[in-house]
Design a protein around this ligand. Structure first.
Ligand code: GLU
Length: 562
């Protein structure tokens, strides 16, 4: 009995060879320096912020070198698979404009290197495994979970490296006949790779981000095919990235420790090794000031869903991700005001090694800058498309009268130094709600408490306050006036009620006055908006117009009197 008999027993229906696969998946016809990259998520849940980062970089590298970026679904771990997660991942990638040149899409696959779903590539893996078995480089292992548990316990007790290797790799030593007979007797098995390595040896590898590394050689006989006939990640990675002609593997740094396994497999199969770039894990500084990995369980920002629901613009998120990817990107943006991450040339050697730090304040900064840079029509379209999907209350509010919304959102916009008050679109609801009369009417009584708690207003006698408010109601003009003219008018009315319009003078004799002009303006602001903090008051008045102004002043005065 030979290894060929064993291979035929295990895979009776596999007739193709690795050479057949090489012919089926020929080299790509690309420029010599074009990179082929991929994003290879497992459908185990929603798109993680770290995965978004990885896919964004992979896409960028392919694009800037004139290469190919493709999407492969790694669904061989059926236990961890979540129903519908694959579809969700594809949709979310689309939402982030990380479009693929090849691979799996919502309408099937595109590209000639597929299938791009691992569970549909069973035959391909088995062709390769069959050849490994024939060459004596892989073998069936019949150890049960219990056998492996006992092995681990023994190794732990004797302070040995744990695992299935060398003298501990029991099934390595089965004769071909023994293995053949056990399979014939229906004993369950997995297939292991027969490692020729020794962990005392060092291997030298190059990582595009980390440079030259020295790692211990792999000596574990890792499982390459599970009992369900599907491959493990290690094996599938090597086979897929070889036949799909990936030139550079961009993946999370958690895979760095298994790199010796992968290299050994590439070598054993005579496949050309790809380049590797192990991307830093995204970290955050937690409440206690400690740096730690973004956690799916603890951190809402670990899932990209959080940003989409909050209404962070895609462009701001990607700008932010590029800023944590390459330290020179922000400098580039400052020097090139009309450029963005699409124009920037990303490089692996400018990536920080000690973990990319997630900083929401910085994201807020990019987002504010971006949202402030949009004209009223563009921000309105963005608000509508976002709110329709994620924020029904905002959608309903804006849809009441889109032109009215445009006027509101245009306050201090479309100018050289626009107002930068929104870091995400969900904040707009609260930022504009006071423009709507039903809100004003329903909240006036509740908000009055806040009004009277203001330290400057609380000092003013109620009668004086009412007189001032009445005068404002009857005499304040803003329609067809410039902002300056309006303000002069306001000052005039305020002076009549003993508010001081000269700050120096007020500071010298504060007790002589009801307050200064700033308090007089704040009273007006609050009466009109139920807030002390708003954008330009003159603009607000013009949008609300005379009728609403009159109504609100009257309601405000009456509410104080009641
Ligand atoms: N399926 C693996 C994961 O989701 C992919 C790692 C890789 O990119 O090779 O972690």
């Amino acid at each position: 009995m030979t290894t060929i008999d064993l291979a035929n027993l295990i895979f009776p229906n596999i007739n193709k060879t690795i050479d057949d696969l090489e012919n089926l998946y020929p080299s790509r016809n690309l420029k010599p320096d074009a990179e082929v990259t991929r994003f290879a998520p497992s459908p185990t849940g929603f798109l993680h912020t770290g995965s978004l980062f990885t896919s964004f970089i992979a896409k960028k590298v392919a694009k800037q070198t004139g290469g190919i970026f493709y999407l492969r679904l790694e669904d061989t771990d059926t236990k961890r698979e979540v129903e519908g997660a694959g579809e969700q991942l594809i949709k979310q990638l689309e939402e982030f404009n990380i479009d693929i040149d090849e691979g799996i899409t919502l309408n099937g696959e595109k590209g000639i290197y597929g299938p791009y779903i691992q569970s549909q590539r069973k035959e391909i893996y088995q062709i390769v495994i069959k050849e490994l078995i024939k060459k004596g480089l892989a073998y069936p292992c019949f150890c049960s979970i219990e056998d492996l548990d006992n092995l681990r316990k023994y190794q732990e007790e004797h302070k040995l490296i744990t695992g299935y290797y060398q003298e501990f790799a029991k099934c390595r030593n089965l004769s071909i006949d023994e293995a053949y007979n056990l399979i014939k007797a229906n004993k369950p098995y997995v297939i292991r790779f027969k490692s020729s390595g020794n962990h005392l040896n060092k291997i030298h590898v190059h990582d595009e981000i980390r440079g030259d590394l020295e790692l211990s050689e792999n000596d574990q006989d890792i499982v390459i095919m599970k009992s369900d006939g599907l491959p493990t990640y290690h094996f599938a990675h090597v086979v897929d990235d070889h036949f799909m002609h990936t030139t550079i593997i961009t993946r999370g740094e958690e895979w760095l420790s298994s790199l010796p396994i992968h290299l050994q497999l590439f070598d054993a199969l005579n496949f050309k090794r790809p380049k590797y770039a192990h991307l830093p894990v995204i970290m955050k500084v937690d409440e206690n000031g400690n740096k730690r990995k973004l956690s799916k369980r603890k951190d809402k920002e670990a899932a990209v869903d959080f940003f989409l629901k909050a209404g962070y613009p895609i462009k701001a998120i990607l700008t932010y991700l590029m800023s944590i990817a390459n330290s020179n990107f922000e400098e580039y943006l400052i020097k090139n005001k009309d450029k963005d991450y699409n124009d920037f040339i990303f490089s692996f050697n400018k990536m920080s090694l000690d973990g990319a730090l997630f900083d929401i304040e910085k994201l807020n900064y990019f987002s504010k800058e971006y949202l402030a840079s949009l004209n009223k029509d563009d921000i309105t379209s963005l608000v509508l498309s976002y709110s329709k999907l994620y924020n029904q209350d905002l959608y309903n509010l804006v849809s009441r009268d889109i032109n009215y919304f445009k006027q509101i959102i245009n306050i201090e916009r479309e100018k050289d130094k626009p107002r930068k008050d929104y870091s995400c679109l969900s904040e707009i609801y609260n930022g504009i709600i006071y423009f709507y009369n039903d809100y004003y009417t329903n909240n006036i009584n509740k908000e009055l408490d806040i009004f009277f708690k203001d330290i400057n207003i609380s000092k003013i006698n109620k009668l004086d306050l009412i007189n001032y408010l009445k005068d404002l109601k009857d005499n304040l003009k803003f329609i067809n006036l410039t902002e300056q003219e309006w303000f002069n008018n306001l000052k005039e009315i305020a002076s009549r009620h003993n508010f001081c319009t000269n700050n120096k003078e007020y500071k010298l004799n504060p007790d002589k006055y009801l307050g200064n002009i700033s308090t007089a303006s704040q009273i007006l602001r609050f009466a009109i908006t139920l807030r002390f903090n708003t954008p330009n008051l003159y603009n607000i008045l013009c949008i609300l117009n005379t009728e609403t102004f009159n109504k609100r002043m009257e309601l405000f005065i009456n509410s104080i009197l009641n």
